[in-house]
Design a protein around this ligand. Structure first.
Ligand SMILES: Nc1ncnc2c1ncn2[C@@H]1O[C@H](COP(=O)(O)OP(=O)(O)OP(=O)(O)O)[C@@H](O)[C@H]1O
Ligand SMILES: [Mg+2]
Length: 348
């Protein structure tokens, strides 16, 4: 069965979507089949992949294929139809073999209330018993239908029930971060919230109404795969001093506050396992430090291509500027290649 990986941080703009796309593409480049799932009503991942710089193509998708998105695929359960869930129609990403997209939907948040009620484990659960396990089942059968090895889930920046549900349905999770004070605050907050979600799962799997649901919840807990720190400036190949200070502070909060909380809640592997894969002295459980893409970010958006996979034609520059950009492209390729190798190893 495919391994599901959630990219989650309730802080906005920390590169969740960017990382889902870059990790997914890199996994596909290494020969894996990968299903990307846009579970954020903002639909940035869908826009990034479908638009290629033109919003019209994004809009056209919903006119041409109204059934091809996460919300429509969940509707048999969430809209109370009696039909069973079936594998979601998804899109093969033409420019990258082995990469598929289950698009998002701007109205996915309409399901938030139903899911919240179903999560309350109250009297309403009987009527809504198939709701909590529906998304995990849908992603599993959709991944099976495309023969996916990995499912990468892009979550929205909030502590919504949709995020809680998909987070807990995953095998592992990655926390993208920015090197700033607000990311440190977000990590403190995750150290409180994620254990609560883990306790909720314990209660839910033991709840009689959910045990006889058609789509049951798995008691297995997602494991922390690491962080990615993104979007800082370099000087002489290293983060500038200001950014390095912020990265150090962030890592300290992750090591001293987040990790103990995750370990206690069965949301982490053993420390030995991380040392084996990430290296003895790695702090912050960091899979990768990704500096500012600079001018390549716009080229990446326009070409719907990760920065490390841009062609010389897409980069478009000539002479020494092209050489510099090629070098940066190679550096980003190395960073993501290593990050993905570590994730594959951690998930075993
Ligand atoms: N390393 C980087 N260098 C430059 N720009 C970056 C880098 N990483 C991400 N960005 C840009 O930062 C913006 C925010 O990134 P992204 O959309 O991936 O964040 P997010 O966490 O998914 O946001 P949200 O919380 O709204 O879903 C995007 O415009 C993205 O292209
Ligand atoms: Mg996003």
């Amino acid at each position: 069965m495919a391994k599901k990986i959630a990219f989650f941080n309730h802080k906005g703009g920390v590169s969740k979507t960017t990382n889902v796309f870059h990790f997914g593409w890199m996994l596909a480049e290494q020969g894996y089949k990968v299903l990307l799932v846009d579970a954020d009503p903002q639909c940035n991942l869908t826009g990034l992949i479908l638009s290629s710089g033109s919003f019209d193509r994004f809009e056209q998708h919903y006119l041409d294929r109204p059934d091809c998105n996460l919300k429509s695929a969940l509707s048999p359960v969430f809209d109370g139809a009696l039909s069973p869930l079936t594998a979601a129609p998804n899109l093969e990403i033409e420019s990258r073999d082995g990469l598929y997209l289950l698009p998002g939907h701007l109205a996915l948040s309409e399901y938030e209330i139903t899911l919240t009620l179903a999560h309350e484990l109250s009297g309403s659960v009987h009527a809504l018993k198939n709701v909590p396990g529906a998304a995990a089942h849908l992603l599993d059968i959709t991944a099976d239908a495309v023969g996916a090895d990995y499912v990468l889930i892009d979550l929205n920046p909030s502590l919504s029930s949709i995020n809680q549900n998909l987070f807990l349905s995953s095998d592992g999770f990655i926390i993208p971060n920015s090197p700033d004070y607000f990311s440190q605050m977000a990590i403190h907050s995750l150290a409180r919230v994620l254990p609560m979600w883990s306790s909720w799962l314990d209660r839910a799997v033991g709840h009689p109404a959910l045990q006889d649901a058609s789509y049951t919840l798995s008691a297995r807990k997602p494991k922390f795969l690491g962080t990615v720190v993104q979007n800082f400036r370099l000087r002489g190949g290293d983060p500038t001093k200001g950014f390095q200070d912020q990265i150090n502070r962030l890592f300290r909060v992750i090591d001293e506050t987040l990790m103990p909380a995750l370990s206690q809640s069965e949301l982490a592997f053993s420390l030995e396992r991380y040392s084996e894969v990430l290296g003895e002295r790695s702090s912050g459980f960091c899979l990768g430090l990704v500096p500012d893409f600079n001018s390549l970010v716009t080229t990446s958006h326009i070409g719907s291509t990760p920065v490390f996979a841009l062609s010389d034609e897409q980069i478009g520059s000539v002479g020494s500027v092209l050489s510099q950009n090629r070098e940066k492209r190679g550096d980003f390729h190395d960073i993501y290649e290593k990050a993905v190798r570590q994730v594959v190893e951690l998930l075993g």
